[in-house]
Design a protein around this ligand. Structure first.
Ligand SMILES: Cc1cc2nc3c(=O)[nH]c(=O)nc-3n(C[C@H](O)[C@H](O)[C@H](O)COP(=O)(O)OP(=O)(O)OC[C@H]3O[C@@H](n4cnc5c(N)ncnc54)[C@H](O)[C@@H]3O)c2cc1C
Length: 204
């Protein structure tokens, strides 16, 4: 999975210092009570901002050099959750005094945060599976059944590249299932997987 990167100077250093983060499910608890900015827009930004609201009441949604693109329903959800939205796009992100500073297009004064979460989107590296004919969803994640089988015989997939929660524990569990079944053979597993003619998953 490749994260869309925000234009932050010394990006690797910012990640290393915990100022720039990508995975609130992984480390959101470290943001308890802190001033958090989420860089994103539309449904992705909304979901991440609402999730982080679990940990802190100081959440601000920012967008980077493009419109926020929130519907009126999404705006109401954010209002009700007490999430601040800065509609004016950010033109520059800087790090000063171990904090994140966001400068918007029109406003000269920096908005300052303890942590910046990037929610600009991800793209799975699923080209190989696609070339083999495996079905993918609308986000290009590989569709598998409960035994990690793709629609292509003897091709299994596990981890972030398949639909589901992107976590190490999930990837390891899925890999264990795929490794076992690819050794003993799919025929040993109960029927399932995808309809070979339509590519749609079969409910079990
Ligand atoms: C900053 C950050 C922090 C995170 N923190 C946590 C955490 O605290 N806890 C947690 O559970 N999860 C965390 N995650 C998520 C976790 O890293 C992933 O869920 C996990 O690594 C998924 O494992 P994977 O094997 O599916 O993919 P990856 O670990 O991404 O491994 C895929 C590998 O395949 C390689 N690859 C891709 N395409 C090709 C190709 N065509 N040919 C050859 N090689 C290829 C890639 O280079 C990569 O090495 C974090 C993620 C990020 C980005």
């Amino acid at each position: 999975m490749v994260d869309e990167q925000p234009a932050v100077p010394d990006l690797d250093q910012a990640v290393g210092r915990g100022l720039l983060r990508y995975c609130p499910v992984c480390d959101g608890f470290e943001a308890i009570g802190r001033h958090v900015a989420v860089m994103g827009y539309g449904a992705t930004g909304l979901t991440e901002a609402l999730f982080l609201r679990t940990y802190t009441s100081h959440v601000t949604l920012l967008t980077f050099r493009q419109p926020m693109q929130l519907t009126s329903v999404q705006q109401r959800q954010l209002r009700e959750a007490g999430i601040r939205v800065i509609e004016d796009p950010v033109r520059e992100v800087a790090i000063a005094d171990d904090r994140i500073q966001a400068l918007t297009m029109r406003d000269g004064a920096p908005h300052v945060f303890d942590v910046l979460y990037s929610a600009l989107g991800t793209s799975p590296r699923s080209e190989l599976a696609r070339q083999l004919g495996a079905t993918q969803d609308e986000k290009s994640c590989i569709v598998v059944d409960q035994h990690q089988r793709t629609c292509v015989e003897d091709v299994y997939a596990a981890g972030d590249v398949v639909q589901g929660l992107d976590q190490i524990s999930v990837a390891i569990g899925q890999a264990a299932i795929a490794a076992l079944l690819s050794t003993i053979g799919s025929n040993e597993a109960p029927d399932g997987g995808c309809n070979q003619s339509t590519g749609t998953p079969i409910e079990e």
